[in-house]
Design a protein around this ligand. Structure first.
Ligand SMILES: Cc1cc2nc3c(=O)[nH]c(=O)nc-3n(C[C@H](O)[C@H](O)[C@H](O)COP(=O)(O)OP(=O)(O)OC[C@H]3O[C@@H](n4cnc5c(N)ncnc54)[C@H](O)[C@@H]3O)c2cc1C
Length: 328
C-alpha cells in the first residue's frame, strides 16, 4: 500500500480545510470500500480525512420528512424507528446489503459513494476504462452476467452496487453537499452519472466536495413501501436486480407511485417510464406488467446478462404486489 497520512475532522468545515493540505486526499467513512480499494492498489490517496465525526443524527421533521447526517452508520439508520415507520423500503434495502459487521462500520456518505463491484474494475490485469481511462473494457466481451442492461456505453457496462441508494432514490432523497466552493443541495437522482465516454467519473461531485447529510422529504404513502433484492446467495451478495417501490392507491386506482431499480445501470435507476405508465391505472398485476415492459423497452443485453431483463420486469411486478399486500 502506498504511504498516506491520516487526520480526523470534527466537522464539515474542518474536513474541507484539511483537503487544502494535500493535492490528493480522500474522505474516509467506515473504510469498508475505500480501504479495500487502497489494498488492491486501485486507489492510492496521499491523505485520508476521517469524516466519521461529522453529524450522525437522524432527525424527524415535523412536516413528515427526516434529516440524516452523513456519518450515520448503516445499522443505525436501518434500525431507526422513524425510518422503519415512514420509509420501510429504506430500512429493508440497507438490511439486504453486505453483512452485519460491514453495516456496523459503513456510513451513509460512504455507502452513496461506494464504487462499482465490476470484477474487471478490481482486476488490475484486466482492461478497465473506469480504473485506467482509455485502456478499454474487458467486461464487454468477457463474463458479464452481473453487468448493466440500461444506460451503458461502449466504454463501460459497470453497475452501481448500493442497495440503500435505490430506496433513497425512490424516496426522492436530497443530498446536502459542502465543499471549498460552498454548500449546495442536489437531488440524489442527479448525483450519480451514466458512464458515457468518462466512466472514471462516478458522480457530479466537485473536487473535495463532501456529503454532509441526506434529507428524505415527506411522502406519507411511503409508509407502505417495499424493497426486493434478487441475488445469487441469500445474504452477503450484491443485487442482480433490486426494486424499491411505494404506491398510493385510491379506490383501486394508482394515484401516485415511486419506483427505482438497482443492479441494472451505472447509477441507481429511477423507473420514470414505469411510474408514468402506472399513474391513473388500476392497481392490478396487468398494469404492473405493462409498466415493467415500458421501463425495460430500451434494455440491452450483453452475452451473459440477458436474463436480467425479464428478471427486472418480474421483480417490479412482485415488489408492487408486496406493496399492495402491505395495504397500499
Ligand atoms: C463483502 C462486502 C459485501 C458488500 N455487500 C453489499 C451489498 O450487498 N449492498 C450494498 O449496498 N453494499 C454492499 N457492500 C458495500 C458497503 O455497503 C460499502 O462498502 C459501504 O456502504 C461503504 O461505506 P463506508 O462508510 O465504509 O465508505 P468508505 O469505504 O469509507 O468510503 C467509500 C467512498 O465514499 C467516500 N466518502 C465517504 N464518506 C464521505 C462523505 N461524507 N463525503 C464524501 N465522500 C465520502 C470515500 O472517499 C470513498 O470514496 C459490501 C461491502 C463488502 C466489503
Amino acid at each position: 500500500m502506498t504511504p498516506f497520512t491520516y487526520a480526523r475532522a470534527e466537522d464539515a468545515a474542518g474536513a474541507i480545510a484539511l483537503t487544502g493540505a494535500h493535492a490528493d486526499s480522500r474522505y474516509l467513512g467506515g473504510g469498508t470500500n475505500l480501504i479495500d480499494l487502497m489494498r488492491e492498489g486501485i486507489e492510492a490517496p496521499a491523505a485520508l480525512i476521517d469524516v466519521t465525526g461529522l453529524p450522525s443524527g437522524i432527525e424527524p421533521r415535523d412536516d413528515g420528512g427526516v434529516w440524516i447526517g452523513a456519518a450515520v452508520k448503516n445499522t443505525t439508520l436501518a434500525a431507526d424507528r422513524t425510518i422503519r415507520t415512514r420509509y420501510p423500503a429504506l430500512s429493508r434495502a440497507i438490511l439486504a446489503g453486505a453483512s452485519g459487521q460491514i453495516r456496523n462500520m459503513a456510513t451513509v456518505g460512504g455507502n452513496i459513494l461506494q464504487r462499482t463491484r465490476c470484477t474487471y474494475f478490481y482486476d488490475d490485469a484486466a482492461r478497465c476504462n473506469k480504473r485506467a481511462p482509455g485502456t478499454g473494457c474487458d467486461a464487454i466481451g468477457g463474463f458479464n452476467r452481473i453487468h448493466a442492461i440500461l444506460g451503458a456505453s461502449p466504454a463501460c457496462v459497470a453497475t452501481h452496487p448500493s442497495d440503500m441508494c435505490v430506496a433513497m432514490l425512490a424516496l426522492d432523497a436530497i443530498v446536502h453537499l459542502d465543499g471549498p466552493m460552498g454548500a449546495r443541495s442536489i437531488p440524489l437522482a442527479d448525483l450519480h452519472r451514466l458512464p458515457g465516454d468518462t466512466p472514471e467519473i462516478d458522480t457530479v461531485l466537485r473536487p473535495n466536495e463532501l456529503i454532509a447529510a441526506v434529507e428524505l422529504p415527506a411522502l406519507p404513502f411511503a409508509a407502505r413501501s417495499a424493497y426486493r433484492k434478487v441475488r445469487d446467495r441469500a445474504s452477503y451478495a450484491f443485487a442482480l436486480v433490486s426494486v424499491a417501490a411505494a404506491l398510493d392507491v385510491d379506490g383501486g386506482t394508482i394515484r401516485d407511485v415511486r419506483l427505482a431499480l438497482g443492479g441494472v445501470a451505472h447509477r441507481p435507476w429511477r423507473a420514470a417510464k414505469a411510474e408514468a405508465a402506472l399513474r391513473g391505472r388500476p392497481a392490478t398485476e396487468a398494469s404492473f406488467r405493462a409498466a415493467a415492459e415500458a421501463e425495460l423497452a430500451d434494455a440491452a443485453a450483453l452475452r451473459d446478462n440477458g436474463f436480467k431483463i425479464e428478471l427486472a420486469k418480474r421483480t417490479i411486478v412482485a415488489t408492487l404486489g408486496d406493496v399492495m399486500e402491505a395495504g397500499a
